[in-house]
Design a protein around this ligand. Structure first.
Ligand code: GAR
Length: 210
């Protein structure tokens, strides 16, 4: 099994989806620890409920971003993870930090990248009146929401949607997509190359139900 650490800032529902997936005996990963940059992140309790070790490393306890990231890095190293999943971790990571985990750190973002990077994706999707929305899992590189894509899932934007109803539909897709994308990476079926593109091997047949 691959050892996976998860970084969160809040609710932790994607963390929950990863934990649930990892309970299956044929899943190639185990969640070995959770790091939050916020003490009030609900996902911490969720992890604790499953006896997964948790650590809080708050920005305010460190002089600058470099010191904060050094502290996170130190905590991560104690967990000896093979991979790191960002799951609603709401801070941009520096190039230094990212390069340490290049190819083994992935993120989920609530839009069909490269459209709608950044925050408030659901509201912006509604404003632009696009009819398709979704979520993306990508390797983490220095730019925000910019790394090479691993997997995406689309959902319709319905006429009566507001940001909440749309977010809920996307979130449901996220909870399926993230475990399947993590599996692809953990099984070596997709990896980032030196030139920063993604290479797929034995990619599963599309079944219309990512
Ligand atoms: C998720 O929708 C995730 O895609 C998003 O934050 C939410 C976290 O929910 N991430 C980002 O916007 C990152 N740019 P969760 O804490 O319940 O998993």
């Amino acid at each position: 099994h691959k050892r996976v650490a998860v970084m969160i800032s809040g609710r932790g529902s994607n963390l929950g989806a990863l934990i649930s997936a990892s309970m299956a005996s044929d899943y190639p990963c185990r969640i070995v620890g959770v790091v939050s940059d916020r003490l009030d992140a609900a996902g911490l309790q969720l992890a604790a409920d499953y006896d997964i070790e948790t650590h809080v490393v708050e920005r305010k306890d460190h002089a600058d971003r470099a010191a904060h990231e050094d502290a996170i890095q130190a905590v991560l190293e104690t967990m000896r993870p093979d991979m790191v999943c960002l799951a609603g971790y709401m801070r941009l990571l520096s190039g230094d930090f990212v390069s340490r985990w290049m190819g083994s750190m992935i993120n989920i973002h609530p839009s069909l990248l490269p459209s709608f990077t950044g925050l408030d994706t659901h509201q912006r999707v509604l404003s632009h009146q696009v009819r398709l929305h979704g979520c993306s899992v990508h390797f983490v590189t220095e730019g925000m929401d910019e790394g090479p894509l691993i997997a995406q899932a689309a959902v319709p934007v319905l006429p009566d949607d507001d940001a909440d109803s749309l977010a809920a539909r996307v979130l449901k897709a996220e909870h399926k997509l993230y475990p399947s994308a993590l599996r692809l990476v953990a099984e070596g079926k997709v990896r980032i190359t030196d030139s920063g593109t993604v290479l797929f091997r034995d990619y599963p047949e599309a079944d219309g139900d990512a």
